[in-house]
Design a protein. Sequence first.
Length: 608
Amino acid sequence: MFGNFIYFILVLLIYLTYQPSDETYFTAFESFTLFFCLVLIFSFFVRFQFQKIESRISNGKYLSIDHQFSATLLRQSIMAIVLFAINIYGLNLSSFLADIAPFKTIPTLLALLFLLLFIFYLAIVWYFAFSSYQKLYQADISRQSYVFSNFSFSIPVLLPWLFLSGIADIIQALPFEAPKRFLSTTEGEVSYFLFFLLGVAIFGPVLIQKFWRCKPLEDGYYRSRIEGLCRRAGLAYADILDWPIFGGKMITAGVMGLVKKFRYILVTNSLLQLLEPEEVDAVIAHEIGHIKKKHLLFYLAFFVGYMLLSYVAVDAIVFGIISAEPIYWLSNKAGFSQTAFISAIYSVVIICVFLIYFRFVFGFFMRNFERQADTYVYALFDSAKPLISTLEKIAATSGQSADKPNWHHYSIRQRIDYLTKCEADLSWIDRHNAKIKKSIGVYAACLLLLGVLGYQFDIGMSGDRVTSHIYEKAILEQIEKFPENPDLYSLLGKVYFNRQNWSGVQDAWEKSLALEPDNAEVLNNLAWLYATCEDTRFQDPDRALVMATQAIRLENLPHIWDTLAESYYVNEMYSQAVEAGRKALELDPKNRSYYEDQLEKFKKAGGY
C-alpha cells in the first residue's frame, strides 16, 4: 500500500524538478520511436520475470517464493520509475509537448498526462504479476480488481496534487493580477500550500472513500458491535464502511479523517468473516487508538516538516554538489547543458532528501504510532490476546513470514512480542508513550530550528545575499577550472543581475557571448541590459537592437520578441515596437497582462 504511495511521490518529484529545454538529445520522431521500443522491452522483461516466479510456485516453498515475489514486484516498480526518468531526462518527451496550446495554458494537464504514463508502466507490472499473486496467495479476485486495487492506493497523493496544481494554473490563466502577485511570493506559496493541505486533510476522505468504492456496512451484528465499541471509546465518526480493496480479501481495517463529520472507519469483508468477534473488537480498538492519540494530525505535521526541510536544505546541498569538481568535470566532458545538469542534480538531491526523510524520520514515527495503537487496546480491554491472535491469523493466511521487515510497521513477530511483554507488565505501555512524547519533542525542536533558518536564509533580508554569495563562489571556482565554458559566465551574469552589479553583468555576459556568439539567450539578456538598465552608463540602444535582432533570428520565443520590442522602443522605432510586442503576446497569452501593458506603453509613445 505505502509502496505505491511512495512511487507516485517520487515520479511527481522527477517530473516537477525537470526544466523543459529547447536543446533535446533527439528529434521528436527519434524520441517517440525510442519511447515505444522501451515500452516493448520493459513489457517483455516484466513478463519474463514473473513467469519465473510462477514456475517456482509449483515447488510449494511459499514463504521463500513470497519473498521472491515481493522482491520482483519491488524491482519492476523501481524499473518503472527509472523508465519514467529516462522519458523525462533522456528522451525529453515533455519538452516536445510543453508548447502545445492546452498544456502551455494549463501545465497541470501535461503533468497529468505523464502521471498517466507512469500508471501505465505500473499497470504493466501489476498485469503480469497477477498470475503469480493469485497462485501464491490463493486469491479469489480478478486481474482487473487486482490492478485497480493497487492503483487506488495511490489516489490519496494524486488527487491533492492535481487540485493544488490545477487551481494554481487556473489562477495564473485568469485576468486578475492580485492573486498572481501573491502566489509569486514565498509567503504566498507557503500560505497557499498550507491552506490547501488543511483543506485536503479535512475533506479528502470524502473523495477517497468514493474512489475506493466503499459502501456503508450493512446493518447487523458486526455494525452494531463496532458502533457500540466507538460509543464506549467516545469516538465520533461519519460512517462505518465496507472496504472492497483487493476484493475484500485482505484482513485489514483503517480509519481516515481529521474531523468527525468526514471521518470513516473501514473494514474488509475478510476481516469480519475470518476473525472472532473479540478479534474484530481488538482491530477496531487499534484504529480508534490512531484517532485518540492524534496520529493523523501528526502525519499532517510531518508532511509540513518535509516541505520545510526540502525548502531549507536542498539549495545548500545542490550548491555543494555543483561546486564538486569531479561531478562538474563529468558533466562538462559529457557535453550536458548547464540547465539540464542543474535540473538533474536538483532532482536527484530532492529525491534523496525525500527518501531519507520518509524512510528514517516518517518511518520511525509510523512504526511507533502503530505500536502505540496496538497498546491502546488496553484502554478498552483487559487483555490484548485477541489482537495477538489476529496478528497470528494474518501471518498464517497471508502466506508471508511473520518476521518479514517493514519500514512503516514493525514485523508481525515484533508486534506480537511487544504485546506479550505488555501482557506480563503494563509498564511497557507507559514506556512507549514516553518514548513517543520525547521523540515528538525533539522533532518539534528541529522543525522550529528549520523554520528559523528557512526564514533567515530564504525569506529574511539575509536570504538573497547568502544565496547569491554561495552561487557566485561556486561558479567562480568552476570558472577557474573551466575558463572556456560559456555557460558558467552566463550563470554568473544572472547572479550579478539579481544583485544589480551592472558592470559584473556586462563583463560576464560579454565573455559568454565571445565564447559562444550564437547563444540566443545571452544575446537576449545583453540586449535587455543595454535597452533597460537603470544605470545610464550601461545603456546602449544601438547595440541592444543589434543583439535582439540576432537573438530573434536564432530563437522564436516570446520573451525575445519582448526584448526586441523594448529595443525598438528605446531607439524610438515605435511602430516596429508595437509589431514585436504583438508577436510576443501572440506567442505567450498566459502573460497577457504584462504584454498588454508593454503594448500600451509602445502605442502611447508613438501617438497611436
